[in-house]
Ligand binder design. Structure first.
Ligand code: FES
Length: 377
């Protein structure tokens, strides 16, 4: 027993400190113990760094540039001294000693493109922010629910729907199961005052959340352009129509092919469609984390997402096989995408958030074009 305790103490004393390694231009980071090999750290991320010699330090493929942070690199014939003195290092010969910022130089051009886009978005954001008429598909409605009595003993849900009907006449009402589970408390917490979040679509009003005013939060939406190379995302405050934060990054699918055709080809081997889908969800979730941090809100406050991309990107976003987009007669699975839920796609938003994809016209005229036309004066 004593021996075991001593071993545990020794283990905790010798536990290596975790270091954060951030890779640009992909905006991906990992935590690894101090002393880890940098190439091993890259491998845990799925980033596209070649290592032809298998880590012997002879091919030079795994070269990176360390932008900041402590590291130790062994000298290697594949890396000239003048490059080493500028911060270049062979990742297979490099040991992580602390938090590192690492650039994959092969992708630097893409990073420049991304920065240009980012400037463009900052400028455009100020032009369009808050200028459109606000009529979102998800709304917050404040209700006062009369208390139940022996003469009026309808269920909590029925009493909420009755009040809601007065504000939304003609709509068919329903409520998500996840909301039902907290309804009894929510409706009593503030003496019958309650804020309900409603999704409105084609004559149907669905309650996707119910919160007592004392626990009220914001209501936000995402507007996301899923580009083959770059993904851009606005966080929009649905109470005033203003853009609260913007973030852009490379589409991490770029590690599997640079254009739509190479990604369709890549997706045809077992397990790879899933991988492409996971990479775009990961890219978007990283961007959501950024805008949520910038706007100081919780991701649960984002109750709607509008996504646009070319037809192949939309298929991969929804985990649909894009194969027949490439083969004559070039037929997509669908053009009009029915509303999906954030929880089904693994997006870091309110789990009941409605996901809308801009409709495509065909295999090569996608939702990115239709969304662009919608905003064209
Ligand atoms: Fe070849 Fe590092 S993997 S030099």
């Amino acid at each position: 027993m004593i021996v075991r305790k001593k071993m545990a103490e020794k283990k905790s004393r010798t536990k290596k400190k975790e270091c954060q390694v951030a890779f640009s231009p992909f905006e991906v980071s990992v935590e690894v113990p101090s002393g880890s090999n940098l190439l091993d750290a890259v491998k845990t991320t799925n980033l596209p760094l070649k290592a032809t010699c298998g880590g012997k330090g002879t091919c030079g493929d795994c070269v990176v540039r360390i932008l900041s942070g402590p590291y130790h690199s062994k000298p290697a014939a594949a890396l000239p001294d003048h490059l080493a003195s500028q911060g270049y290092a062979l990742s297979c010969q490099t040991t992580v000693r602390g938090n590192l910022s690492v650039e994959l130089p092969q992708f630097r051009e893409l990073s420049i493109q991304s920065i240009v886009d980012s400037k463009f978005f900052r400028k455009e954001r100020d032009k369009i922010s808050g200028t459109y008429e606000l009529d979102p598909a998800v709304k917050k409605i404040s209700l006062q629910i009369p208390p139940a009595t022996l003469d009026d003993s309808f269920s909590d849900l029925k009493r909420i729907e009755r009040q809601l009907q007065k504000k939304l006449p003609g709509y068919t009402m329903s409520c998500e199961y996840s909301v039902l589970k907290k309804l009894a408390r929510a409706v009593r917490k503030d003496s019958g005052k309650i804020n309900v979040i409603i999704s409105l679509s084609e004559g149907r009003a669905v309650i996707i959340d119910a919160v007592p005013p004392s626990e009220d939060r914001g209501l936000f939406s995402l507007a996301c352009d899923i580009g083959t190379t770059t993904v851009a995302l606005h966080l929009v405050d649905l109470q005033n129509g203003k853009i609260a934060a913007t973030a852009t990054s490379l589409n991490q699918q770029i590690t599997c092919g640079e254009d739509v055709i190479s990604r369709i080809v890549y997706s045809q081997k077992p397990g790879r469609l899933k991988k492409l889908h996971e990479l775009i969800i990961l890219t978007i979730n990283n961007l959501i984390e950024k805008v949520v941090t910038a706007a100081r809100i919780s991701s649960d406050e984002i109750c709607f997402g509008s996504f646009s991309g070319n037809t192949t990107m939309t298929h991969l976003f929804l985990n649909l096989d894009p194969r027949y987009i490439r083969e004559e007669p070039y037929v997509p699975t669908l053009n009009q995408v029915p509303a999906a839920l954030a929880r089904d796609l693994g997006l870091k938003m309110h789990p009941e958030a409605r996901i809308h994809c801009s409709p495509a016209v065909g295999s090569y005229v996608g939702g990115d074009i239709t969304a662009g036309l919608l905003c064209t004066p």
